[in-house]
Design a protein around this ligand. Structure first.
Ligand code: ZN
Length: 179
């Protein structure tokens, strides 16, 4: 098992390489790695750095869904728990976006405590990216739809970490001023 610092560092490095060249949706089409750094840092902060596997999984949470990385590879390089956390945060891309969003709402309450925290941090980051100055109607509608859906998902995830719950609530409040 890697030391905590190595675990997080290796996870960040793998995520950077696997998502290389990808841009994220929203705010200035930032490099995708900015999203992963934000999610990992929200998790590290919310847990006061007590759970390196959780922070590593934060860096890696989109690797299976978006980069073709496998559960086996993550289990072998990191740990079984890191791999499981990432699997829990992976959508079935054979489903339509509507089906995936509905499934996330239904599945959220049944996730492990760590996966619930990753999902909340993910939603915080994705809402923040959609809060842009002078949004167009399309951007405003996208933000509104995303934030309302995220509230339903997070309803099934909250209760494990008061700090993260309140950051999510603040983020939604900021979003709601725009739509
Ligand atoms: Zn994500």
């Amino acid at each position: 098992m890697l030391s905590p610092i190595r675990l997080v560092s290796e996870a960040a490095e793998l995520a950077a390489r696997r998502h290389n060249g990808m841009a994220r949706k929203g705010r200035g089409e930032e490099p995708y790695i900015n999203h992963l750094a934000e999610v990992a840092n929200l998790l590290a902060d919310a847990t006061d750095g007590a759970d390196a596997e959780l922070v590593a999984a934060g860096w890696l949470h989109d690797t299976i869904e978006d980069t073709g990385t496998t559960r086996e590879e993550l289990a072998q390089k990191f740990s079984d728990r890191v791999a499981s956390l990432v699997v829990e945060c992976t959508d079935d891309m054979n489903l339509s976006q509507t089906e995936r969003r509905q499934k996330q709402i239904e599945d959220a309450p049944h996730k492990s405590p760590g996966a619930k925290l990753i999902k909340i941090a993910d939603k915080v980051s994705n809402i923040r990216a959609r809060i842009v100055p002078n949004p167009s109607d399309v951007q405003r509608n996208d933000l509104g739809a995303y934030a309302i859906w995220a509230e339903h998902v997070v309803a099934g995830c909250r209760g494990a970490n008061a700090r993260l719950d309140s950051i999510f609530d603040e983020t939604v409040k900021a979003a709601k001023r725009l739509f």
